[in-house]
Design a protein around this ligand. Structure first.
Ligand code: ZN
Length: 444
């Protein structure tokens, strides 16, 4: 009797242990994804590998190559009819700003008066998903986001509440009095209506304090108005920004609109320059020599009302000149407006029209949209390239963008942080939504 009870107990124990280990194996197997890529592009070299297997485990890339064997129990994703490539980067956008024809006649000063930061933060969450659906896995969000809606978006995505691109965000743009606005005294002085779109910093002490405020409230890059006003910032003042930002591990991007501003920003050794209006051949040569990134925000003529024919011609010539001079050129859009019928991602990808018009070779366009984007975002060692050990972000398209860059308009598949966001051309974001901060609540 006693012996048979013991054998029965032993049998139960063996069964329980067996079941537990089977469950553990199933979990381990479920964590492995094996992607069959018909073609795999490496934008660094502009080369293609055919019939590659890409393993993804615990959100990171494992073995990659034509001869990789698929582990038993792995989830196999068949992209053998598609071209797989790393995720795209928009190096200059404003996800929590969407100005429109109705009601504000495309004047963003009015958007800021009419729409609250909480409303704009929700719009940013939607814009982020629209960008991700078009293949943008990283977005540099460069200010004009109300009272730190950009920090909120970044933190919510990093904590695991919702899907979105990896966000590099600037917090509030810092400028001399008024920022990019020209308010009336009763609005500017009386109601402080420039804030929170711009942080006024006119003196040495104010510059230090403004940088620290942005770092404190979650900025991961600093954005300054170099020459939005005639008073602008001197080379010394720009260097003060760079030194102070560096204490928090942050780089500085300058909004530049004049040649004089560009000269001062380049002399100061700024990280990146936004917009192309102050940049000419001489500035490009200096930028190439110092390795300063160019976020030219080259609006295509097809986005009616957002550039003029004359302006566009200058933009195309400037982009071509920057490319010829070997400037580190990023793909950047400044796409912060509503085009009825289009998603934010579709507006952003439309900017390849300008790059085509400038005659930039497709391999170089692709490099700007990926490798140079990772570098300006400082993610190149953690996220971006499809390489063993990196965080697993990738996209897949129907054609081959090395042959026809317009293939990027048809993103069929998106993997972000090792999870499927889009498959068969349809967003399938279920895995990204959580009722709590699954990646930790202390992310700032
Ligand atoms: Zn901008």
């Amino acid at each position: 009797m006693k012996r048979s009870v013991m054998s029965a107990l032993l049998l139960v124990l063996v069964c329980v242990l067996g079941a537990a280990s089977a469950a553990a194996q199933a979990t381990a197997a479920a964590q492995v994804i094996a992607i069959r890529a018909g073609q795999l592009i490496d934008p660094e070299t502009g080369t293609v590998t055919t019939n590659a297997i890409i393993l993804v485990e615990d959100g990171r890339f494992g073995a990659i190559g034509p001869n990789v064997s698929i582990p038993r129990g792995a989830e196999v994703i068949d992209l053998s009819e598609l071209t797989v490539l790393p995720g795209l980067v928009d190096a200059h956008n404003h996800l929590a700003l969407t100005y429109k024809e109705d009601p504000e006649s495309n004047i963003y000063y009015l958007t800021y008066v009419l729409e609250s930061t909480p409303l704009r933060a929700i719009q940013a969450a939607s814009n982020g998903m629209q960008m991700l659906s078009s293949g943008f896995t990283i977005v540099r969000d460069m200010g004009n986001n109300g009272d730190y809606a950009d920090s909120a978006l970044r933190i919510a995505i990093e904590q695991g509440w919702l899907p979105g691109p990896t966000i590099i965000n600037s917090g509030i743009i810092i400028g001399g009095m008024g920022g990019q606005f020209w308010p009336t005294p009763e609005m500017g002085v009386g109601r402080n209506i420039v804030y929170p779109e711009y942080l006024d910093a006119d003196t040495h002490d104010e510059i230090i304090k403004a940088v620290r405020q942005n770092a404190l409230y979650g900025a991961t890059v600093i954005k300054i108005c170099v020459d939005c006003k005639p008073w602008g910032y001197t080379t010394d003042e720009i260097q003060l920004f760079i030194t102070e930002a560096a204490k928090a591990g942050l780089k500085v991007e300058g909004h530049v609109q004049t040649r004089e501003g560009a000269e001062r920003a380049i002399e100061a050794g700024i990280w990146s320059i936004a917009h192309d209006s102050g940049l000419d051949d001489e500035m490009h040569k200096a930028m190439a020599q110092k390795g300063i990134f160019r976020a030219g925000t080259e609006t295509p003529l097809t986005l009616t009302g957002h550039t003029t024919e004359q302006r566009y011609e200058r933009t195309v010539a400037g982009l071509k000149n920057a490319h010829d001079n070997g400037v580190p050129i990023t793909f950047s859009t400044d796409a912060d407006y509503y085009v009825p019928g289009w998603t934010r991602g579709e507006v952003a990808i439309e900017f390849i029209e300008t790059w085509k018009a400038a005659g930039i070779p497709t391999a170089d366009i692709l490099r700007a949209m990926t490798i140079t984007g990772y570098k300006v975002s400082e993610t190149q060692d953690t996220r971006g390239p499809i390489r063993s050990g990196m965080i697993a972000d990738l996209i897949a398209v129907s054609g081959n963008p090395l042959e026809d860059i317009d293939a990027l308009r048809d993103v069929q598949f998106v993997l972000k942080d090792g999870m499927i966001f889009k498959q068969g051309g349809v967003m399938t974001p279920g895995a990204f939504f959580h009722g709590g901060p699954v990646n930790g609540a202390r992310i700032r």
